[in-house]
Design a protein around this ligand. Structure first.
Ligand code: BV8
Length: 245
């Protein structure tokens, strides 16, 4: 713990997570050899242009991921559980800012979860902007539960070229935290890839990267630990709760 954060007895903790934390739960990552982007092109399924061009293709892509997430064998792992424990036991604030659109953090007991890239189990209406829960398949013929118009519903996810959610709140908590932890992300996607630099500019926080391998921004972190999330995250959380950082 450094000077500035030593002032505050229990400084806040911000944890950024990416697809790597859900890999051992059976969900694919994006950029690993067997990742999602090795099978489909971002331009075909994860941009507003793709949705305008071929909405059924995009629905098919997210329907398959939604069905996969709802499958019984996909459950939170020890890394998700460790973050649930951190929130329950750390006297200061803990916010999980996740790039993931799955619900494994919440299923592992985390309450303060901010999905900056949206949520797979939610849909949004392009006509009335209503949001609704969605566990089944979506299609252009499905009517909005609010305005009853069909053809406007889309997955409530942030596509490339779209503004991530709650950016102001995210920068605010980053500027006031005592520890910034980055778990299971390759650091290729912006603005999330810029958070560590933003924290360092703000001055006081300690920064740590926990990942299978060094990310694009690895050199910017004060501390790095490499290995599988289910192994290194519970150990690191235990250390924080018993000895701080
Ligand atoms: C925006 C939702 C304007 C949908 C996603 C040039 C320079 C800079 C930026 C850009 C640029 N050109 C374009 C951009 C912007 C673009 C961008 O960053 N493109 C990249 C590809 C160059 N960004 C945007 O368009 C964003 N919007 O910029 O708006 C703006 C500007 C400023 C401020 C505000 C707004 C919107 C981006 C969001 C897109 N939507 N997802 C969906 O999921 O289908 S992004 C998608 O990638 C996921 O959300 C994912 O989380 C994110 C990042 O990927 P990772 O999670 O890091 O996954 P990856 O596979 O890459 O890495 C996994 C890591 O885990 C690896 O390091 C691996 O080693 C590790 N790992 C694997 N197994 C394990 C493990 N670690 C531990 N244990 C294991 N077992």
């Amino acid at each position: 713990m450094n000077e500035k954060t030593r002032e505050k007895p229990n400084p806040g903790i911000v944890v950024l997570t990416g697809a790597g934390i859900s890999r051992e739960s059976g969900l694919d990552t994006f950029r690993d050899a067997d990742g999602i982007w090795s099978r489909v092109r971002i331009e075909d399924v994860a941009t507003p242009e793709a949705f305008a061009r071929d909405p059924e293709r995009v629905h098919e892509f997210y329907n398959a991921r939604r069905a996969g997430l709802a499958a019984g064998e996909i459950v939170p792992n020890a890394a998700h559980a460790a973050l649930g424990r951190l929130e329950a036991e750390w006297p200061g604030g803990v916010l999980v800012v996740t790039q993931n659109i799955d619900d494994l953090h919440e299923r592992a007991g985390s309450r303060n979860v901010l999905h900056m890239h949206g949520e797979l189990l939610k849909v949004r209406c392009g006509f009335c902007d209503a949001q609704a829960a969605c566990t089944g398949d979506l299609g252009v013929d499905v009517a909005c539960p609010e305005c009853a118009v069909a053809g406007g519903l889309r997955p409530h996810v942030v596509w490339f070229g779209e503004m991530p959610l709650e950016m102001e709140r995210i920068y605010q908590v980053l500027e006031g935290c005592g520890l910034f932890l980055s778990i299971g992300t390759s650091g290729n996607v912006w603005p999330a890839a810029g958070f560590v630099a933003h924290v360092k500019q703000a001055g006081g926080a300690h920064t740590a990267e926990l990942n299978l391998e060094p990310s694009e921004g690895a050199v910017l972190f004060d501390e790095t630990l490499y290995g599988r999330a289910t192994i290194i995250v519970p150990a690191y959380i235990e250390k924080i709760l018993t000895a701080g950082w």
